[in-house]
Design a protein around this ligand. Sequence first.
Ligand code: GAR
Length: 207
Amino acid sequence: MFTKCAVFASGGGSNFQALLDRRGAGDLHVDFALAVGNNSAAGAFERARAHGVPTLHTAPSHFEDEAAYAKSLLSALKAAGAELLILAGYMKKLPPPVVAGYRNKIINIHPGLLPAFGGKGMYGMNVHKAVLEYGAKLSGVTAHFVDDEYDHGPIILQKPVPVLDGDTEQTLAARVLKAEHEYFWQAVEAVASGRVRVDGRVVSLRL
Ligand code: GAR
């Protein structure tokens, strides 16, 4: 059981908002102890403040080296009592000591069907652009645990989203984002309530 979460978000934070809404509706049984972001103007911070969630603006560039950044981030997470880390639209790579400290306790949402269209540089609109350029007929949503490689950790859940004739990056992004809002909380709830078992790369869950 993990009830205290830290949410990481870089942008508008609509995925964070969907989690806040699910919590408000009584579907998601977690507490948001901290909202972490690398962009002080992120809409996600506004959403956090509106819900009384403490915020932390931090980025590797604020520190002398990555080790100092990792140390500071880990101690902030510890001080907040964070048991689970939720990357809800977070565009930075977490430093290895944080990943090691939260093995199988960091959940990321990716706007595509991994392992396709993932890896370094494949985030946000870049994913939808690549899907359209490739001519794929199916995209989707992947919620997965985070390991040391980009978009690589064990997959918790995936949902397909069709690519339609005439789609632009924007129309595809909007359709995928809707699915993210519908499904991401289910992965978070399953992990938070201890309903997942991880065996190597394979995750079994009872929704
Ligand atoms: C979402 O589509 C999310 O899947 C993606 O960024 C968007 C954030 O939207 N995340 C990544 O690409 C992470 N690699 P939001 O700020 O409205 O939640």
